[in-house]
Design a binder for this molecule. Sequence first.
Ligand code: 0L1
Ligand code: MG
Length: 262
Amino acid sequence: MALDKQTIAGLAEHLESCELQARDTTKITDDHPGMDWDDAYAIQDEILRRKLARGARVVGLKAGLTSHAKMKQMGVDTPVFGFLVDSFCVPEGAEVKIKELIHPKVEPEIAFVLKHALRGPGCHIGAVLAATDFVLAGIEVIDSRYRDFKFDLKSVVADNTSAVRFVVGGRAMRPDQVDLRTLGVVMEKNGQIVSIGAGAAVLGHPAAAVAALANHLGKRGQEIPVGSVILSGGVTEAVSVEAGDHVCLRIQHLGSVSLRFV
Ligand code: 0L1
Ligand code: MG
């Protein structure tokens, strides 16, 4: 690690304050160019520790930058991983307050809920499907704390991969009831289709993103716990939203889920 404990704690406080006060910042590697991957995840862990100390509960995990569309949109080439706490979770059809956010975007996602814990290394699509209880349609709202979404991968990992809100809903299906690669995904904003995709856009198969998450956690002596929601990553590029927008995601066999921005 290149950063000391105090610096990590200071950067976590800075990024979390930006999240809670809905204000942006320049990317942290501008001031800490030597920051390494362990530092980036240590800052993310410290943000989580701060939230847990205030009574938050971890409800899930996420993989980000798992589709070529997202990687191209952000000019990067590696998936990243983050956590989801209860305050990020909103009900189906909820109103999301724009004034609590900086510059939100929405992503259509396939969410997994596990019936068995998954631990890497060596986790693969088959292990993920065997451990999956059901899959759901999900919308992730991302809100990078970095000005104009301009960041590098280490900065975005430290910033908990831009996580801020999510909703899951529609219809739960067991993984053997659907072909997750060919599931059609249609996202509408204000009744207009804004993105179209299929499950295979996520690393060839969305379960591959969950396997990559388990393998990432395994290196850190952690696992994906039973029952948590895992967002496998945006199937398409992210779409900006503003007050007044209504977003509806329809995924074949998984029904629809929506959010309103106010
Ligand atoms: O969930 C995601 O794919 C977002 C990862 C972080 C990058 C971004 O803010 O777009
Ligand atoms: Mg996402």
